[in-house]
Design a protein around this ligand. Structure first.
Ligand code: THG
Length: 371
């Protein structure tokens, strides 16, 4: 399909940084949680190498927060995820799937504990808020569920710590991966964590006052000139190399955490009350397919699948689907994430698509195998 211009309205929301993003020369967007998410500024290759070498500021406002606020906040959070949250620390984030009662994945947020009775689910692209509100009703919980005025700004790349220290103070250097601090900007406390959807290092500022968005953006750019700061965005190329999964692309509500390789984020033996845990325990060891990495020398020509990926055909039969692919500038390979049946994976050590053969790779890719 060709790209067309997008029409703006209340359902396609702009962000507090949208004017700055436009001034920075954004060339394309996608829509994420009903909000604009930039996808390209310069060329994919220039955006990629710049991220790996310097520091970028990303408008990731579309990573919306679903706030659980009230005496039953912790109980609701635990109901929603099969990952054990009993030992989560204050201001810590934990990545984990949200699953329905049948064990299928509805989202894969970072779950953040702000206080004993206040949690944020920093969600990927699906309407988790309504699922949470349904649970509140069904279980008769004492907790409010809403989307607060929080528009995350990610600062990513090897020079991100230096830039963040200049704007938020030396304290940021001590923040460990998936931990955070409440830090002040213009007198307003904001949650700042070491996280972000790249593996180039970085932070996320959970900017919680729309009116300060441009000031924060400008402050980062004013302090980062000598660091070659640039605006950027989550990149298909980098995230595929790094093995970060994208909900709605690599996995959706018809997949289980086992199929998507998220086993390590399930605590099947924990003594917790979680909606999906009985179903997940029952299905452990019974999966019939899984996500694998593929690598080709060029992008294969394929038929689009009904679900929006590309059908994988073997001997005239559709056996699986490529769900994401992108060019790796570092390894000069076309990387892909594919869902394939275990029966095929057990009997073969490679797959041929459009005349090119790929071995099966782990996710994240093991690059010693690629070069
Ligand atoms: N940051 C914030 N919110 C988000 C994302 C984010 N919401 C949407 C989406 N991204 C959620 N998905 C992911 C997927 C992977 C990771 C974070 C969010 C991630 N994973 C690490 C990894 O795979 O190496 C570590 C996970 C762990 O070990 O706990 O970072 O990016 N705010």
């Amino acid at each position: 399909m060709n790209s067309k211009l997008l029409s703006f309205n209340r359902r396609v929301r702009t962000t507090p940084y949208s004017d700055r993003v436009e001034q920075a020369g954004v060339t394309s967007y996608t829509v994420y949680n009903h909000m604009l998410l930039p996808t390209l500024f310069d060329t994919p290759e220039s955006d990629y190498w710049h991220l790996c070498q310097h520091v970028q500021v990303w408008d990731v406002s579309g990573q919306r927060q679903v706030e659980l606020n009230g005496p039953d906040a912790a109980k609701l959070a635990q109901l929603m995820t099969p990952r054990d949250l009993s030992k989560i620390e204050l201001l810590q984030g934990k990545y984990g799937p949200i699953c329905n009662a049948a064990g299928f994945i509805l989202n894969d947020p970072i779950i953040i504990k702000l206080t004993e009775d206040r949690f944020w689910l920093s969600v990927s692209d699906s309407d988790v808020k309504f699922f949470a509100q349904g649970l509140v009703q069904g279980y008769g919980l004492d907790v409010k569920v809403f989307e607060p005025d929080v528009c995350p700004l990610a600062v990513q790349g090897p020079k991100s710590e230096e830039l963040m220290a200049r704007v938020f103070g030396e304290k940021v250097r001590g923040i460990r991966f998936f931990k955070g601090e409440m830090l002040e900007f213009r007198g307003v406390e904001m949650y700042v964590a070491r996280s972000g959807w790249s593996k180039q290092g970085g932070f996320e500022i959970y900017m919680c006052d729309w009116s300060l968005g441009e000031a924060l953006w400008d402050e980062l750019f004013a302090n980062g000139e000598d660091l070659y700061v640039r605006s950027g965005c989550p990149q298909g190329n980098e995230r595929l190399e790094s093995g970060l999964l994208s909900y709605g692309n690599d996995m959706d509500e018809f997949d289980t955490p086992f199929e998507c390789g998220l086993d390590s984020y399930l605590d099947l033996d924990a003594d917790i009350e979680s909606l999906s845990l009985p179903a997940l325990k029952a299905m452990a060891g019974k999966q019939t397919r899984k996500l694998v990495g593929l690598a080709f020398d060029r992008s294969p020509h394929m038929q689009p699948s009904r679900l929006g990926g590309s059908d994988i055909e073997v001997d005239g039969e559709i056996i699986g689907e490529i769900r994401s692919q992108a060019w790796s500038f570092r390894y000069n390979k076309n990387l892909a994430i594919a869902m394939l049946p275990l029966t095929y994976l057990a009997k073969n050590d490679s797959i041929t698509i459009d005349g090119q053969t790929s071995l099966f790779h782990s996710i994240p890719f093991d690059f010693d195998q690629l070069v």
